[in-house]
Ligand binder design. Structure first.
Ligand code: PMP
Length: 455
């Protein structure tokens, strides 16, 4: 697999590109997969090998890798007005139209949108907005941010501090004032003889305790993904958001839904907060926002936060924040098309149709003696590998079981993602039923092969 000759793509990739989020020993042994192009849900490497990408890139290439309408939207906008910012009261017509569209399709009656280049920056921006508005309202001490263990909110210093993953300790993060509540994963974190309802109540009680301990008047807001994506597709325990939201409301703490993965169709509705039936104060969007065709993030503020932030900004005559490419005209033109493709051109319907097939396929694979649970919603799911199904005992981490399953899948031309001891699937919304069969057949073979080696 790994071509070691000096001019091979594998060696050139490692020689000049600094890898992030990459298992270095494994990629050096196997060689990087250097890609040239894509077609529908397939990607192709420099050797002409074909891979079915069951993760839609990083959850985001929901319309596949060659969508003609999205390519045309980009080309037309590049020809018309290829770049601009949104500072000093100058911004593109596409930016104005996208803001109107995002407010229209948001769950909010009214609102405003702020643009970034990524989901991380959107979370950073949101935190700065909260710090800014509390300070303007005379409560500058309200700076703490609540998130959960296992949450993923990004990699900038602030969004990495929001992220609840131990690997950030190598950077000396989290920063002070970022508090991580228990991950609401009933299957793994529920105590013996605790019902799901009791578990949810325990999560709510913990939130009450944390607020009492820290002081509500020191907390700026809480940010949560409807389903934790990079945490391993953790679907919250039943009634979780209904239990925590009234507590936050009582203490005047805004709840922000990080919909970078869940937004625009992944959970079967436009928004994850719709699927899980709660009304956030703001939404963080990225990834599907442009169907992965342009790097872009957005903070969509609901009406109350809009009013408060507008007042705070008006008082000092500006909100001193923005990126060079905030509201980039090409990104906005692509996003307008992507929203149309997902919501009006049948992709959302395809998600609904494929979900039944997807979930049946996951349930079937979960019959394997070494799969402890399958979990998911809409077109996102995870299979959790266990050494012992009855006791839920995980495999010895040194066996790298999920990485081996992902590698065994890649060998057969299927891309899926190891996360902890789970294998995660988030197929593009354009998949056909045959492609879904191909995905499950290949993954089934990979599971059989690896479990036969390690179990
Ligand atoms: N929030 C969530 C829920 C995410 O899944 C991600 C990326 N996986 C981010 C934020 C960060 O987005 P980006 O990688 O674009 O910075």
């Amino acid at each position: 697999m790994n071509d070691q000759s000096p001019n091979s793509w594998e060696m050139r990739a490692d020689a000049a590109t600094f890898y992030g989020f990459t298992d270095l020993p494994s990629v050096r042994e196997r060689g990087a997969v250097v890609l040239t192009h894509g077609k529908g849900p397939y990607i192709y490497d420099v050797h002409g090998r074909e891979y079915l990408d069951a993760n839609s890139g990083l959850w985001n290439m929901v319309a596949g890798f060659d969508h003609a309408g999205l390519i045309a939207a980009a080309q037309e906008q590049y020809a018309r007005f290829p770049g601009y910012h949104a500072f000093f009261g100058r911004l593109s017509d596409q930016t104005v139209m996208l803001s109107e569209k995002l407010v229209e399709v948001s769950p909010f009656e009214s609102g405003k949108v702020f643009y970034t280049n990524s989901g991380s920056e959107a979370n950073d921006t949101l935190v700065k907005m909260l710090w800014f508005l509390w300070a303007a309202e005379g409560q500058p001490q309200r700076r703490k941010i609540l998130t959960r263990v296992n949450a993923y909110h990004g990699v900038t210093a602030v969004s990495a501090s929001m992220t609840g993953k131990p690997y950030n300790s190598v950077f000396g993060l989290p920063l002070p004032g970022f508090i991580h509540l228990t991950c609401p994963h009933y299957w793994r974190n529920g105590q013996e003889s605790e019902t799901e309802e009791q578990f949810t109540s325990r999560m709510a009680a913990e939130l009450e305790e944390v607020i009492a301990r820290e002081g509500a008047d020191t907390i700026a807001g809480m940010v949560a993904e409807p389903v934790m994506g990079a945490g391993g597709v953790i679907v919250p325990s039943r009634g979780y958001f209904q239990a925590i939201q009234p507590i936050l409301k009582k203490h005047g703490i805004p709840l922000i839904s990080d919909e970078v993965i869940c937004g625009f169709g992944r959970t079967g509705n436009t928004w994850g907060c719709e699927t899980f039936d709660f009304m956030p104060d703001a939404i963080i969007s990225s990834k599907n926002l442009t169907a992965g065709f342009f790097p872009m993030g957005a903070v969509i503020l609901g009406s109350e936060l809009t009013d408060r932030l507008q007042r705070a900004s008006d008082a000092i005559e500006e909100f001193p924040h923005g990126f060079t490419a905030s509201g980039h005209p090409v990104g906005c033109a692509i996003a307008l098309k992507a929203i149309d493709v997902v919501m009006n051109e049948g992709l959302a319907d395809n998600v609904k149709r494929l979900t039944t097939l997807f979930q049946a396929g996951m349930a079937k694979l979960a019959e394997h003696p070494n799969i402890g649970e399958w979990r998911g919603v809409g077109l996102m799911g995870a299979l959790e590998a266990v050494a012992d199904k009855a006791t839920k005992r995980p495999f010895d981490g040194r066996l790298s079981v999920s990485e081996r399953i992902a590698n065994a899948s890649t060998d057969q031309g299927l891309i899926c993602r190891p996360l902890g001891q789970a294998i995660v699937l988030a197929p593009p919304f354009i998949m056909t039923e045959d492609q879904m069969d191909e995905m499950f057949t290949k993954l089934g073979r990979a599971l059989d092969r690896v479990f036969a080696e390690v179990a």
